[in-house]
Design a protein around this ligand. Sequence first.
Ligand code: ACO
Length: 336
Amino acid sequence: MPLNVHIIGAGSYLPERVLTNHDIESMLDTTDEWIVARTGISQRHIVGKDQHTSDLAVWAARHALDDAGLKITDIDVILVATTTPDMIFPSTASIVQYKLGGEGFPTWDIQAVCSGFVYALAQMDGMMRAGMFRRALVIGAESMSRILDWNDRSTCVLFGDGAGAVVLEAREEEGGIIGSVIHSDGAHRHLLMAHHPHPGASPADDPLDFHVDSAGVAAVEMRGNEVFRMAVGKLGELVEEITGKHGIEQSEIDWLVPHQANFRIIQATAKKLKMPMDRVALTVSKHANTSAASVPLALDDLYREGKLKTGDLLLFEAFGAGFVWGANLVRWSRAC
Ligand code: ACO
């Protein structure tokens, strides 16, 4: 019997500190009205001093394991999608394994920026269908605040920190991850980038304090308008591609779980799918853009609100620097 890869648990974690648009008004020449009108973002969570990407990932993983009714010793592999690892090496996934009390099984990170979680699910689905692993922890985790220039109003208002995780299990029963499409085009790399390793990531700094003194050191640079146009175009093509590939009518999709970069980008994709906004997972207002963490955070939000029913068809999609973009179609296996 062929194997299918099911999501059997989900969880997430957000750092305690909340930075609202009004808080940023006191730091920079910006307004709550501008940020809300252009992006839909009202607030974001920010890591504290001594809090690393692996710490966020560990809490999200613990919640996902609890949800699945499993322990770390039941897991065969950990994959962490992140663009803000604790260090250049070792991988954040191996640090997460240690902090969770696991040992022996393989761990690695995947770097596909905002598309990291969608890429990770696609990769793990293929490996688990091939019989390499039975149970996996797949985590998206980011401390984006550590790579921002907090003096650059055009980028720092857009991002936040957090983590989301799922437990996957390969089973013979129908459902789970139906399929994925992933793409990349490095010709556009100059439109969105962070040049340097981020010095704020490893020292025990508060990211907000650190960047007041070190403006521009590790900063994200972006040509926002061009990124916006490309994201809307590619995400539109993507929904056609993945539904066509799997012979699914767009009207069959119950929930869109998009990368949370900008409300207007999400709205354009929902319009393309003719989906009402009340069938779209929306966390951009309270989380901002948490890069690889945004899809699993939005998924967990929907799940915790009790909105998902067993058998619902979900479309995850994301677009990020590179550019890299991708989508997964998932038949939800968990009960509410
Ligand atoms: N507050 C007030 N004014 C600002 C701010 C701010 N925070 N930031 C920029 N401005 C000003 C600019 O200086 C500019 O002023 P000017 O006309 O006097 O020169 C004006 O606002 C307009 O700037 P634009 O960049 O043209 O504004 P735009 O409408 O394109 O919105 C935004 C900018 C929100 C970044 C938008 O382009 C966008 O969302 N792009 C998508 C980028 C994105 O989401 N990237 C995340 C990673 S990739 C991904 O996840 C999809």
